[in-house]
Design a protein around this ligand. Structure first.
Ligand code: ATP
Ligand code: MG
Length: 425
């Protein structure tokens, strides 16, 4: 008995009705990245599991419970990438890319996390990420924020706000960490199991907890700003000053932390209220310690990752874009015209008008049924190849939406001129 096999939970297909949104979004985002001189890097889907354990950290949601990890036939543990920073750092070190040179890099690829699927949270999801190596900021940190803002503008996304905070240098973080641990210890009775487990390994992450029972205690926790050195404050002020000068609005959220140990100085999130609970569309910050922790020489670094699935959802849910490209021209033919004559004419037109999006009727059919298909395709014009037209080497062209245009006969050269001026993009 045959059995229908469906896709895995938390995975999705992008159907032709939606794929144009992905394509257009990728085109816009890539063009902005080019505008700022960033270069693409590609890395494998599979890496050694140890890479993520060491670069992301053992005591994190991703490594503790979200990775797709399995053994190869030889018994080596490998994992599907859950994010891009670890692989980018490995790749720049392995390829000697940051030996003497700074790098401004981006990637756009699917990531895999075994999470509880819900709106805006999938098990395969795409991220556009940017990682910059060799600049200690804050000018480059500001550039990243201005660049993401430019992306929202060009994508037509308006309802989005920037939240910003600083974690200071490693020394500031360590001082703050100790204060946080003793504060949480005083409130041991309110801590949930996860918080207790993270108390000594990753106390900053507790501030990120979504557990409502801990919110009041978290709200009263000491703030990092009281433990920042003058140099840390100056770095953050430098960033805010550039944003102010460029008129980019932000809110300082003293509770915003990135749980990972390697984060230093500024951290940020772009958040929208238009997506419900999963409103963070882009998150990032400076991670000056990671390259050294991964065996490279100390190299300042900063970056972000944006959730492409959430952006697509935002665009579709709120109809931010008009319906995407459809076929522009539909070629129909009389049944007396042979299929090889149709194919030859279609090829001649495509060669002469390379930007044209033209669909050719396949199989037989009355004019009526062919016109129906042409209408359904959304095409603006139908080109009609009839016996009479073929004899006179003429093409009939009919507007499918604009009634005032009617139907016209043209020579091949006239048709080419018409299509080139009317339709190519
Ligand atoms: P959260 O706290 O929501 O789990 P995170 O800290 O795990 O977020 P990051 O690792 O910073 O998220 O990923 C950067 C961005 O990638 C997120 O802001 C979000 O837009 C997107 N993202 C992360 N996980 C998913 C997922 N499972 N499905 C869809 N998008 C995701
Ligand atoms: Mg997560």
């Amino acid at each position: 008995m045959s059995q229908k096999i469906n896709r895995l939970k938390g995975m999705y297909d992008v159907t032709p009705e939606q794929v144009w949104v992905w394509q257009k979004l990728e085109k816009i985002v890539t063009s902005v990245l080019n505008q700022y001189g960033y270069q693409e890097i590609r890395f494998p889907i599979l890496e050694k599991t140890a890479l993520f354990h060491s670069a992301i950290g053992e005591v994190t949601d991703v490594v503790e419970k979200e990775m797709f990890t399995f053994e190869t036939r030889k018994g080596d543990s490998v994992s599907m990438r859950p994010e891009g920073t670890a692989s980018t750092v490995r790749a720049v070190l392995q390829n000697g890319l940051i030996f003497n040179d700074p790098q401004k890099l981006w990637y756009n690829c699917p990531m895999f996390r075994y999470e509880k699927p819900q709106k805006g949270r999938n098990r395969q999801f795409s991220q556009v990420g940017v990682e910059v190596f060799g600049f200690d900021g804050p000018d480059v940190d500001a550039e990243l924020l201005l660049m993401t803002h430019k992306m929202w503008q060009q994508l037509g996304i308006e309802n989005v706000r920037l939240e910003l905070n600083t974690l200071g240098t490693a020394a500031c973080r360590t001082a703050y960490r100790d204060v946080l641990i003793s504060y949480f210890e005083q409130h041991n009775d309110v801590l949930d199991e996860e918080a207790k487990r993270r108390l000594h390994s990753n106390p900053l992450r507790i501030l990120d907890s979504k557990n409502p029972k801990m919110q009041a205690m978290i709200d009263n926790a000491p703030l990092i700003e009281d433990y920042l050195s003058d140099a840390s404050k100056a770095h953050f002020k430098g960033l805010c000053d550039i944003l102010d000068a460029c008129g980019l609005a932000y809110e300082i959220n003293p509770k915003l932390v990135r749980g990972l140990d390697y984060y230093t100085h500024n951290v940020f999130e772009w958040i929208t209220d238009d997506l419900g609970a999963q409103g963070t569309i882009c998150a990032g910050g400076r991670y000056d310690r990671l390259v050294e922790m991964q065996g490279g020489k100390p190299t300042p670094a900063t970056g972000f990752a944006m959730g492409v699935d959430r952006l697509v959802e935002l665009i579709l849910d709120h109809n931010l874009w008009e319906v995407g490209p459809q076929s522009q021209v539909f070629l129909i033919s009389d049944k007396m015209v042979s299929k090889h004559q149709v194919a030859q004419s279609a090829e001649m037109i495509r060669d002469a008008v390379p930007g044209l999006n033209m669909m050719v009727n396949m199989g037989q059919g009355s004019f009526k049924s062919q016109f129906k298909k042409a209408d359904k395709s959304g095409a603006k014009f139908a080109i009609i190849l009839g016996e009479e037209e073929l004899d006179k080497q003429l093409y009939s062209i009919k507007a499918l939406q604009d009634r005032s245009f009617g139907q016209k006969q043209m020579s091949f050269d006239e048709l080419v001129t018409f299509l080139n001026s009317e339709l190519t993009v």
